[in-house]
Structure formats: structure tokens, C-alpha cells
Write a protein that binds this ligand. Structure first.
Ligand code: AR6
Length: 521
């Protein structure tokens, strides 16, 4: 059953565990001290739909500071009425924009600058202008779109009444909200209404949070920006045309030291592995826990010019972008798990060749909490400026813990994991080392891996052979960890690549070398 091609004991894709088969019983939707639900759970559980949970605005460091808060005032640059509540200005601007028969990029810019006066002359909107010019009546932009996004943004006080807690460092906590609430929060990000979120630098209040206002997406026109904006505009076209009907959960998971495995003492054997050189995590990995090759600042350069795996994922599933509003920078033993986000776009290419392709037709079912059966886990690998920096056990252990944090399940029936060259593109990791680290973490978490090598045929073959050896020789995680210690200790010849890990595994664990070592004892 398992053998696919050649001498590997790898599994077929169809043998991997995916969500519909796992049939996790969730029970009623409920909130708790660590799970904030922004819709009324009684109404939802009674089958009467998604109604915003009542609540009140909280202007506090533990919560998202909302644009409509009465505590948010116009400050610098708004000379006439220094104490004007900022939402009054936002409301006036967006309301008059939404009433216009035609709204140009200049109108949008003027509105945004009215409540962000400090940035007059600094923020550029040329990328947005060039998209609109190229696409006056096209697929991604219709003449009434800005008005509709403005209308949606204005519904914020009615749609999100309960304060949104920040998912802070060191705390496991979750937020569940409706897709309509997310659309409204993102419409506000589009109109750059979030207070205190435009400054960066170490003294800024949100210096440890990713940016959320869309400012950077609108300027510095480039082919990349244009493609990103096409996807974003397409998202807003869809959500303003028809209300989405589901919920999405964002969970920050933070492991305590006592929950981390002692890797030297871990006698688990390899779990299932499927390796493919073709296919992507998001397509072929449907139904599995899909790994986001993340930045510790969730979403990475999605609102700037970054356009690799994480940014693409966020651009085709724009609901993920809202995580930037409330997720503090991830620490070493933390990850973010998102359940239920919707894919709106299809794409082709990668990086500079990325192109928005067409609308994605979502065919996934929903779980008992009305969440689409898509689960994404964001884990950030270490960024190595020089490849040689990664061969030390402190970093290897950090990566093992990070992968384990993302991979571990809470229940017995969890889906397998779809991953690939995590940390090995923009972050410069060694593909073989990272593959072995992920195999070890998955073994410890007792979950299978579907590994997509992204057209790297030789990695596919090497990984299949390595896995075959590890399985047939019953090699456990602790044995691999000890081997990695040797591997890291092996000096690297000046200017050359580090020792080939798959080769080292072959030399150490193949039956002939075991016999040899027994004989030499
Ligand atoms: N499916 C499978 N494999 C893929 C896919 C896909 N959809 N896309 C890319 N790959 P990279 P990193 C492979 O560079 O090194 C972002 O800015 C492909 O071989 O995105 O962890 C984040 O925000 C690619 O080279 O991940 C972080 O700041 C490799 O995966 C940073 O990049 C790595 O993809 C993370 O960089």
C-alpha cells in the first residue's frame, strides 16, 4: 500500500489523513477566558446566524485600539479642533466618499490624509493609481468599489462591538470572529483608520506588532504591487457583493518550557511521510494542516513588496491579513494557527513572476463552528544571513521546538501536515537539515508529513531514501538528535558547503555501518 515509486517506504498522498476524515467533534461554540468570540454564541448555537456579540469599547494596552473609540483624538496637524474625536473625521470622510458617483484614487487619498494629516505628502498612492488606470472596468476593480469598501468600513461600530484582545507574547489565546467582521476590519485597514499604527521604531506603542494600515501597499508602484492589489481588490469585490457566512479562529499557541520535548531523550520512530516534487502546500495539501513559512511578524511583507510563500498565502486568503491587527511578534516557542480562512484568488508564478490569475471557487465544507475546513499554521524559521550560521545545536533545537509547537495536536484525530522547504528560501536554511528537523518534530507530534519539494527532484529522492533508511533501521528521534550534534560539530571547509546531511545519515545508519561499528566493539 505504501510503496510509491522506487525503493521508498513513503506514503501516497491519498493515504494522508485529511480533515474531513478526522471528523473532530467540536461541540457547541463557546467562549472562555482565553477564547474570545466576537459573535453571540447563544444565537449561533441556536442556529440563528452570526450576530455581533455585544460589548463596549476598551481603550487599553491589552486590546486593539479601535478607530471608532471616543478616546481616539485628532492630534498633530489638525490645528482647528485639537480635541476632535478621530472617528468623527473618519466618518465624515468615508461617508462623503461612499456617496460619490465616482471616487478616484485622489479622492481616496484626500480622505485618508484628512485623518492622517501627519503623512500629507509622505504617503504615496501611485501603485493604486496605476492599477485603476490599467483596469478601469476590469475584473479586479469596478468604478464603485472604493465607495463600497468605505461603506463596509463605516459599519465597524455596529459589527465589532466587543473589544478585541491582543494575542500577546507568552500567552496562549484565541479569537473567533465572523468573515464579515474580518472584511469590515480589513476595510478599515484599507482606509488606514487604525490609530497608533502608523509609527514604527522602538518607541512606538505597537513596535512589536506588524503593520496593519494598508499605506505601504498603495505606494511604490511595481509589477508585484499591481498583482497584489488585483488580489486585494478582488477580495473586496467579493465581500462587498455578498456577505460571507462563516467564522474564522486565530489561535496563538505558546509552549511552556515543560511542554518542550527533551530531544535527547525522545524515542519516537519516524511517522508517515509523503514526498512530492510537484504540487503546492495549498493545493495538494488540502485538508491537512498547512504550514505558512512565516515571519515572526505575521504576514511578513504582505503589505509591502514581499511576495514569497507567506505573502502569497496571505494575498490569496486575505482574511489572514487581519491577524496583523492583533498578533504580537512571535517568540521562539510560539506559533499562530488559523482555522477557517477562505481562499479568494488563484495565482501563478512566485516572487517577481507572481500573477493574480482568477477567482478561486471555494469548495471546502465547514465544521460545526461554521469554519471552512482549512487550517494554516504560521511558524517562523530563523533567518540566516550566511548559510554557515545555521549549523549549531542552539539554532537546531530552536527550530525543532518551533516546528514541534506548530505540529503538535491536541486530539487524537488531527490531520497530517503539509509542508516543504520551510526556512529555505528568503531565510537561507539548508533544505536537508530543515527536512530532517521537520521529520523529527512530526515524529514527536505523532503526525504524518506531506512534503512538497517545490520542483526539487534531487531533494525528493534524497528525502525518500533517507526516510526509507530511518524507517527500516527503526531510527528514533534521539538518535537523529545525537547525529545532528556530530553534524554541527563537523568543521566546514572554507568557502564550501556544509557536510551533506543525507549522506551522513546514510553512512551512520545503513546496515553495513552498524555491522561495522558492532564489529569494531
Ligand atoms: N508550496 C510548497 N513549497 C513552496 C511554496 C508552496 N506554495 N512556495 C514556496 N515554496 P520562502 P522562508 C518553497 O522563501 O525561507 C517571507 O517574507 C520554495 O522552494 O517563502 O521560510 C516570510 O514573511 C521556497 O524557496 O520561506 C518570511 O519573512 C521555499 O519554499 C520569509 O519569507 C521557502 O519559501 C520566510 O522565508
Amino acid at each position: 500500500k505504501k510503496r510509491e515509486d522506487g525503493p521508498s517506504s513513503c506514503y501516497l498522498l491519498k493515504d494522508m489523513k485529511i480533515i474531513p476524515q478526522c471528523d473532530i467533534k467540536l461541540g457547541h461554540l463557546h467562549f472562555s477566558k482565553t477564547h474570545t468570540v466576537l459573535v453571540d454564541v447563544d444565537i449561533f448555537n441556536g442556529g440563528a446566524g452570526l450576530i455581533p456579540q455585544d460589548g463596549r469599547d476598551v481603550w487599553h494596552n491589552d486590546f486593539v485600539k479601535m478607530p471608532y473609540s471616543q478616546s481616539s483624538h485628532m492630534k498633530t496637524g489638525y490645528t482647528k479642533q485639537n480635541n476632535t474625536v478621530r472617528w468623527e473625521v473618519i466618518y465624515k470622510q468615508l461617508r462623503s466618499l461612499s456617496k460619490k458617483t465616482t471616487a478616484s484614487v485622489k479622492d481616496l487619498e484626500d480622505a485618508i490624509i484628512k485623518y492622517n494629516p501627519k503623512y500629507k505628502g509622505q504617503w504615496s498612492f501611485d501603485a493604486l493609481s496605476s492599477l485603476v488606470k490599467a483596469n478601469p472596468n476590469g475584473d479586479n476593480y469596478s468604478p464603485k468599489l472604493f465607495q463600497k469598501i468605505a461603506e463596509l468600513a463605516l459599519r465597524l461600530p455596529e459589527l465589532v462591538k466587543k473589544a478585541i484582545p491582543l494575542l500577546k507574547r507568552g500567552h496562549t489565546a484565541a479569537i473567533t470572529l465572523s468573515q464579515t467582521q474580518i472584511a469590515c476590519l480589513l476595510a478599515n485597514a484599507f482606509f488606514c483608520t487604525y490609530p497608533h499604527r502608523n509609527f514604527s521604531g522602538p518607541k512606538a506603542e505597537y513596535h512589536n506588532y506588524p503593520s496593519i494600515n494598508f499605506t505601504r501597499l498603495f505606494g511604490n508602484s511595481s509589477f508585484r504591487k499591481k498583482q497584489k492589489l488585483r488580489a486585494i481588490m478582488h477580495y473586496f469585490q467579493q465581500v462587498t457583493a455578498k456577505e460571507q457566512t462563516g467564522l474564522v479562529t486565530f489561535e496563538r499557541r505558546c509552549l511552556r518550557d515543560t511542554e518542550l520535548p527533551n530531544w535527547k531523550n525522545c524515542n519516537k520512530k519516524m511517522h508517515k511521510l509523503h514526498v512530492a516534487s510537484h504540487g503546492t502546500i495549498e493545493n495538494e495539501g488540502k485538508g491537512m494542516l498547512q504550514v505558512d513559512f512565516a515571519s515572526s511578524w505575521i504576514g511578513g511583507g504582505v503589505l509591502g513588496s514581499g511576495l514569497v510563500q507567506e505573502e502569497i498565502l496571505f494575498i490569496i486568503n486575505p482574511e489572514l491579513i487581519v491577524s496583523r491587527l492583533f498578533t504580537e511578534k512571535l517568540g521562539d516557542k510560539e506559533c499562530l494557527i488559523v482555522t477557517g480562512s477562505q481562499q479568494f484568488s488563484n495565482y501563478s508564478g512566485f516572487g517577481d513572476t507572481f500573477q493574480w490569475k482568477d477567482p478561486h471557487e471555494e469548495r471546502l465544507n465547514r465544521d460545526q463552528w461554521a469554519r471552512l475546513q482549512r487550517q494554516i499554521v504560521a511558524i517562523d524559521a530563523l533567518h540566516f544571513k550566511h548559510r554557515s550560521e545555521q549549523y549549531n545545536m542552539i539554532d537546531v533545537t530552536r527550530e525543532l521546538n518551533k516546528a514541534y509547537c506548530g505540529f503538535m495536536g491536541h486530539r487524537t484525530h488531527e490531520p497530517d501536515i503539509a509542508t516543504g522547504n520551510w526556512g529555505c528560501g528568503a531565510f537561507n536554511g539548508d533544505k536537508q537539515l530543515k527536512a530532517v528537523i521537520q521529520l523529527m518534530a512530526a515524529a514527536q507530534a505523532k503526525r504524518g508529513l506531506a512534503f512538497f519539494t517545490f520542483e526539487d527532484e534531487s531533494l525528493k529522492q534524497g528525502l525518500q531514501q533517507t526516510y526509507h533508511l530511518l524507517v527500516t533501521e527503526r531510527i528514533t528521534v534521539d538518535k537523529l538528535y545525537i547525529l545532528l550534534e556530530d553534524y554541527c560539530a563537523t568543521p566546514q571547509a572554507y568557502g564550501s558547503e556544509h557536510v551533506d546531511l543525507f549522506e551522513l545519515i546514510r553512512i551512520n545508519f545503513s546496515p553495513r555501518s552498524l555491522l561495522f561499528s558492532l564489529w569494531s566493539i
